[in-house]
Ligand binder design. Sequence first.
Ligand SMILES: Cc1ncc(COP(=O)(O)O)c(C=O)c1O
Length: 372
Amino acid sequence: MPPSIPLLDLSARFKKYQPDIQRALNDIFSNGKFILGPYLEAFENAMAQRLEVPYAFGCASGTDALVLALRAIGVKPGDEVIVPAFTFVATAEAVVRAGAEPRFVDVDPKYFVIDANHLPTVLSPRTRAIIAVHLFGHCAPMGPIMDYARDHRLHVIEDGAQALPGAWNNQPVGSIGDVACFSFYPSKHLPAAGDGGMVVTRIALIAEALKRLRNHGRGAGFHHEIGMNSRLDEIQAAVLLPQLHDVDHDRLRRQELAQRYSARLKYLPLTTPTSAHDVVHSYMQYTLVYKHRDALQAFLADHGIASAVYYSRPVPAEPAFSAWQGYFSCAEALSQQVLSIPIHAELSNSDQDQIIETIEKFFVTKLKDISP
Ligand SMILES: Cc1ncc(COP(=O)(O)O)c(C=O)c1O
């Protein structure tokens, strides 16, 4: 039986946007322009304005956005790119797809993002870039990362796949590093009706490279380099555009839900998420840390409440990354203890109350069965 409270509710979400999307689809099918047309242009302009950057390029996925970004800054085979050990595999996968080597560093236990103190431990003459992942909606420590990158002449790529409406030091996510990547995978802040991504930058030279690379390396009538076929199509742009107007409203609702969770769960023997003073947390996930995580997850499932483990192992512990394995104590501990519970703009207070009451019930009825 599907859970009565799911992790996200896309059909409820899309009801609101259906008339706008339907109108746009009718238009697209009657004008017959499916690739690189007016809806993509309008969406790219709206994203550039929202993120306070001059250049934005829609592409096929968040993973492709990372590959495009790496290639556009000139990463090539033999180069090394620093990535956090605790992230979605796509961050490191893109580095390998660009022909480079991921160099993993541990994260910090409080905010789950890269610990900038570890950067010097992996720096080498081959290091070209750092990918700063804004995990679960919390920004990476961009101050120390940008300082370190400047001192060592490295590029910074923001992986904003999970943090589109967030900010660091009053700057929107995506406007801080040299280039930034977003995903429109359906579970993200801005869900497409399928896959989609975007790469944005403040830097004209990088923008020129991105524009060529996503379109088979084509520019001014020539194919200058081996590029990719990675464009966000008109249909997805038309699905995304009307939602962008509500992205900050939705983030406020997520923040409100996070506050409600934290106010009531803070008395329990688990750790609730928190944010650094200079970060606007966009709560892509609301992630608890609890040592009997599996028992709590099973209890929630028995009561019809969905939850998820993001991520059950550090990326370098995945078989595909065996060439780069290492031991990362925080990433390891988090992967044993994290549990993400439902948080999205469509979640009602009454469903959230039911989730909170079920977690409280777990501690009353089950804790005595679990060894401390
Ligand atoms: C942190 C992070 N980076 C990159 C990606 C890749 O995005 P996509 O699934 O659109 O390829 C994701 C998607 O889940 C992600 O969470």
